[in-house]
Design a protein around this ligand. Structure first.
Ligand SMILES: O=C(CO)COP(=O)(O)O
Length: 263
C-alpha cells in the first residue's frame, strides 16, 4: 500500500542540556544550516529545558525562523500549589507548539504512571499544545517478546477519554528504552513493527481516517547515518532525537534525510 502523506517531523529532545545562551546559539546554527524548502518539507522542532524557552521564543520570533519549539513536560494542573511544576498555560504563553508527555525518563525517575500520562495528555490538549506521547518497552519486555502488547497498552491508557478529533492533534513517539542513549538503534524493521501496531490500535479506537492523520515518530539513538533507513518505513513519520540533536550540523543532517532516501 502506498505511504499516506504525513509531513515528517524531526523533534530534538535536548533533555537536561544547554543553558539559554547555548540554546540561542544552537537554534540559530540549526536554522542557518537548513534552507526554507528543507524546513518546509520536514517540520523541525527543538524541545529545550524550561529555562531556555523564553530565549528560544525570542530568537525564533525575532528572526522569523521556521523552527518550532516546545517543552519536555507539563503539569496536569493549570495552576496552583505545585512547587516546581510548569503548567500548560505557561507553555502556551511562551509560544510552544509541542510538549513531550510520558517520556520513559519521566516514567522511571518521576514515577509517572499511565494515569498521570493520561492527565498530562488531556492538559496539553486543553491548553492548545500538541502532546508528543511517548511509549516504549524496556529490555526485559522485549526479550520476553511482549513489546508490541506493552506499547499498545501504554497507548490505550494514555488516550483514555480522548476523542477522535483530539487524537488528530497528538503525535505518538515509539522509544524503546533499550535504544535510548545506548547507541543501540532498533532496526528499521523493529521500528516499523511497533509503529505499525500503534497505528493499527489507533485504527481500532478511532477509525482509519483519524489514524492516518496521526504522526508516529521513532526515537532511540537516531543519527544522521541511520535516519534515512528508519524513515523509509511505512508507519514511521519522524524522529524524536536525543543526543544527536545537541549538535546543530548532525541534527540538520537528520532533517535533510529526504535527500538520502534512494528514489
Ligand atoms: O530519548 C530520546 C529522545 O526522547 C532518545 O535519546 P537518544 O537519541 O540520545 O538515544
Amino acid at each position: 500500500m502506498a505511504k499516506v502523506t504525513r509531513r515528517p517531523l524531526m523533534a530534538g529532545n535536548w533533555k537536561m542540556n544547554l543553558n539559554h545562551l547555548e540554546a540561542n546559539l544552537l537554534v540559530q546554527k540549526l536554522a542557518a544550516s537548513l534552507t526554507e524548502k528543507q524546513l518546509t518539507d520536514v517540520e523541525t522542532v527543538v524541545l529545550p529545558p524550561f529555562t531556555d524557552l523564553r530565549s528560544v521564543q525570542t530568537v525564533v520570533e525575532g528572526d522569523k525562523l521556521l523552527i518550532g519549539y516546545g517543552a519536555q513536560d507539563l503539569s496536569p494542573h493549570a495552576s496552583g500549589a505545585y512547587t516546581g511544576d510548569i503548567s500548560g498555560p505557561m507553555l502556551a504563553k511562551l509560544g510552544c507548539t509541542y510538549v513531550v508527555v510520558g517520556h520513559s525518563e519521566r516514567r522511571a525517575y518521576h514515577h509517572e504512571d499511565d494515569g498521570v500520562v493520561n492527565a498530562k495528555v488531556k492538559a496539553a490538549l486543553t491548553h492548545g499544545l500538541t502532546p508528543i506521547l511517548c511509549v516504549g518497552e524496556g529490555l526485559d519486555v522485549r526479550e520476553d517478546g511482549r513489546h508490541v502488547a506493552h506499547c499498545a497498552d501504554q497507548l490505550v491508557a494514555a488516550l483514555s477519554g480522548i476523542t477522535a478529533e483530539q487524537a488528530t492533534k497528538i503525535v505518538v513517539a515509539y522509544e524503546p528504552i533499550w535504544a535510548i542513549g545506548t547507541g543501540k538503534t532498533a532496526t528499521p524493521d523493529d521500528a516499523q513493527e511497533v509503529c505499525r501496531a500503534v497505528r493499527q490500535r489507533l485504527v481500532e479506537i478511532y477509525g482509519q481516517d483519524t489514524a492516518d492523520q496521526i504522526r508516529i515518530l521513532y526515537g532511540g539513538s537516531v543519527k544522521a547515518s541511520n535516519i534515512a533507513a528508519i524513515m523509509s518505513q511505512t508507519d514511521v513519520d519522524g524522529g524524536l532525537v536525543g543526543g544527536a540533536s545537541l549538535d546543530a550540523e548532525e541534527f540538520a543532517q537528520i532533517c535533510r534525510f529526504p535527500e538520502h532516501i534512494a528514489r
